[in-house]
Design a protein around this ligand. Structure first.
Ligand SMILES: NC(=O)c1ccc[n+]([C@@H]2O[C@H](COP(=O)([O-])OP(=O)(O)OC[C@H]3O[C@@H](n4cnc5c(N)ncnc54)[C@H](OP(=O)(O)O)[C@@H]3O)[C@@H](O)[C@H]2O)c1
Length: 258
């Protein structure tokens, strides 16, 4: 039976993706910091006859990602599906936000994601098969004033994943990039985005809808997928809009409002 490793599997989109893999009876390797939640989730899946390994680890620390990779190697566990979903954002002016949080974000959203992608992509290439789903965002398509670092990390995820997917053409390995728009998860209370026009005016998707879309992408081996018609239209229109205009609109959407 195939094995899927999902980061950020204790809630939101990651947990919904885990549910979808579990429905197909795939073995699961679940990573997130919250040990209690991971244990409860694992117990539920184990009752359904699924093999589950949990790693309650902080992935903003690269050494923890290295430890997970090395432990799986040691245990001869082959990963067929890697979902790099763990990530967080932070709203506020770059001159006022906490550097420590931004550093954690860069480490989690970019450094760990790159490390896991690189290591497992090499193993999958050697095996001649495998799929990686990297969770980016509609934020990947334009700079985001008041969420400058987050949007930059997601632009990086999209760029890295598309490039690697092209490198791996013909190898049996596909790197897919999922770009959700605003989704109802714990993300927004952590990122503190509730006072933005984007949050107040946009249609919110559910984590389940986004995960189902991402899961279909994996199964169809699609390279890039943007969830939602309006989000796709926005990402497309950016190509024909002057850069200054794009940043201006993003600023209006992300500026804190009462
Ligand atoms: N929600 C949105 O509107 C939206 C839009 C576009 C893209 N996304 C992207 O979608 C992905 C999933 O986010 P979500 O919306 O499902 O948010 P979420 O509900 O906050 O889930 C985030 C997951 O990542 C885990 N995580 C956070 N920090 C971690 C760390 N340092 N080490 C290990 N795991 C960590 C969390 O678990 P623990 O707290 O237990 O560690 C949780 O399982 C993220 O990459 C996010 O950037 C979200």
């Amino acid at each position: 039976m195939a094995t899927a490793l999902i980061t950020g599997a204790s809630g939101g989109i990651g947990l919904e993706l885990a549910n979808l893999f579990a429905r197909q009876k795939m073995n699961l390797v679940l990573v997130a910091r919250n040990e209690k939640k991971l244990t409860e989730i694992a117990e539920k899946f184990i009752r359904l006859g699924i093999q589950v390994t949990i790693y309650p680890k902080d992935l903003s620390v690269l050494e923890n990602a290295e430890e997970i990779y090395n432990d799986l190697k040691y245990k001869n566990v082959t990963i067929d599906y890697l979902v790099n979903n763990a990530g967080f954002g932070l709203h506020g002016s770059l001159t006022e936000t906490l550097w420590q949080r931004e550093l954690e974000m860069i480490n989690l959203n970019m450094i760990t994601l790159t490390y896991l992608t690189k290591m497992f992509a090499a193993d999958m290439k050697h095996k001649g098969s495998g799929t990686i789903l990297n969770v980016a965002s509609t934020a990947s398509f334009q700079p985001g004033p008041f969420m400058a670092v987050y949007c930059a990390t997601k632009a990086y995820v999209l760029s890295l994943s598309e490039a690697l997917n092209a490198e791996l053409e013909g190898s049996g390995v596909v790197v897919s990039t999922l770009c959700p728009g605003v989704t109802d998860t714990g993300f927004h209370s952590i990122a503190n985005t509730s006072r933005t026009t984007l949050l107040k005016k946009s249609k919110h998707a559910s984590a389940k809808e986004v995960a189902e879309y991402g899961y279909k992408m994996i199964m169809k081996r699609k390279s890039v997928g943007i969830y939602g018609f309006l989000n796709r239209a926005m990402a497309f229109s950016i190509r024909f809009t002057p850069r200054k205009g794009v940043v201006g609109i993003a600023k209006l959407l992300m500026k804190p409002v009462e």
